[in-house]
Design a protein around this ligand. Structure first.
Ligand SMILES: Nc1ncnc2c1ncn2[C@@H]1O[C@H](COP(=O)(O)OP(=O)(O)OP(=O)(O)O)[C@@H](O)[C@H]1O
Ligand SMILES: [Mg+2]
Length: 276
């Protein structure tokens, strides 16, 4: 397989659920290896449906999807060998009696002997600061702990592609920051890892995204670098996303292209003489 091949190639994909709901409508998107792409869009805009296509869980009515060089959903089994996922409904994926067994599950399913799988699971749990949860039943963890454990299970297989559907929804501020820190650390250690993440949180997008994709009515409406997309309050609001507070403030002050970085914004205000 060539290293230059994109991680994900989606061409004119359409998905209709029974009843004729067009959840994904002629959507095209190409994601390069090593890229972190953050997908933003209002409720019901088709984000989860799109991710389910990338995972090969659904068959498109029209169009073609290739993931890691494999045709989806026909070759989904092969593609999924190298894919880690945190589903929107995390309860659907935590199935084993203990956290350790759950995190080791992906390795055992890929033929790694149980002892070795548990050794590697312990290592990842330590890396993510979750070692104290090892013997707990996953179903009794808090929402934030569940998402972190699901992330551990997704990265333990050392995936080429990581898919995260609203991974910080329901997390408190500190837990969300911790999740983002952990992901940033993972990306530093594994620069070839491709990450596709959906969120409503502009801070998460600003910290992690190489590219932001806005979707609406089942199709890509705008895409671009975070400092262009996330500093356009009108565009974000049209897509159900709350713009960063400092971006709104600078817009109110008549600045059309405010910086995404808060410290740069403070510097800009200072240079305008707007400080105490
Ligand atoms: N299993 C299903 N059967 C029928 N319609 C569905 C099903 N799942 C989703 N839909 C519909 O498809 C559209 C896209 O849903 P999807 O879950 O992909 O959106 P989303 O962008 O992930 O939304 P959210 O932000 O709420 O998670 C919506 O209109 C939804 O009602
Ligand atoms: Mg969704």
């Amino acid at each position: 397989m060539s290293g230059l091949e994109p991680a994900v190639e989606i061409n004119c994909v359409t998905h209709e659920y029974p009843g004729g709901v067009c959840a994904v409508c002629g959507l095209s998107l190409r994601i390069e290896r090593g890229e972190t792409v953050v997908i933003l869009g209002p409720n019901g805009s088709g984000k989860t449906t799109l991710l389910h296509h990338i995972l090969g869980l659904l068959k498109p009515k029209e169009g073609v999807i290739r993931v890691l060089g494999y045709e989806m959903p026909e070759e989904a089994e092969k593609a999924r060998e190298a894919m880690g996922v945190v589903l929107q409904d995390v309860d659907d994926q935590l199935i084993m009696p203990t956290v350790l067994e759950d995190v080791a599950f992906g390795l055992v399913a890929r033929g790694v002997p149980r002892k070795e799988a548990e050794r590697r699971a312990r290592e990842v749990l330590r890396e993510l600061g979750l070692e104290d949860l090892e013997d707990r039943p996953p179903q009794f963890l808090s929402g934030g702990q569940k998402r972190m454990v699901a992330l551990a299970g997704a990265v333990v297989i050392d995936p080429e592609l990581l898919i995260l559907d609203e991974p910080t929804t329901g997390l408190d501020h500190l837990a969300a920051e911790r999740f983002v820190e952990v992901l940033s650390g993972l990306k530093e250690d594994r620069p070839n890892l491709t990450v596709i993440l959906t969120t409503f949180d502009v801070d998460v997008a600003a910290t992690l995204a190489d590219r932001v994709v806005l979707i609406r009515d089942g199709t890509v409406s705008v895409e671009g670098p975070p400092d262009e997309i996330l500093t356009d309050p009108g565009l974000l609001r049209e897509h159900g996303i709350k713009p960063p507070k400092h971006v709104e403030l600078l817009h109110e002050l008549g600045i059309d292209s405010p910086p995404l970085d808060v410290e740069e914004a403070v510097e800009m205000l200072r240079s305008m003489g707007l400080h105490g």
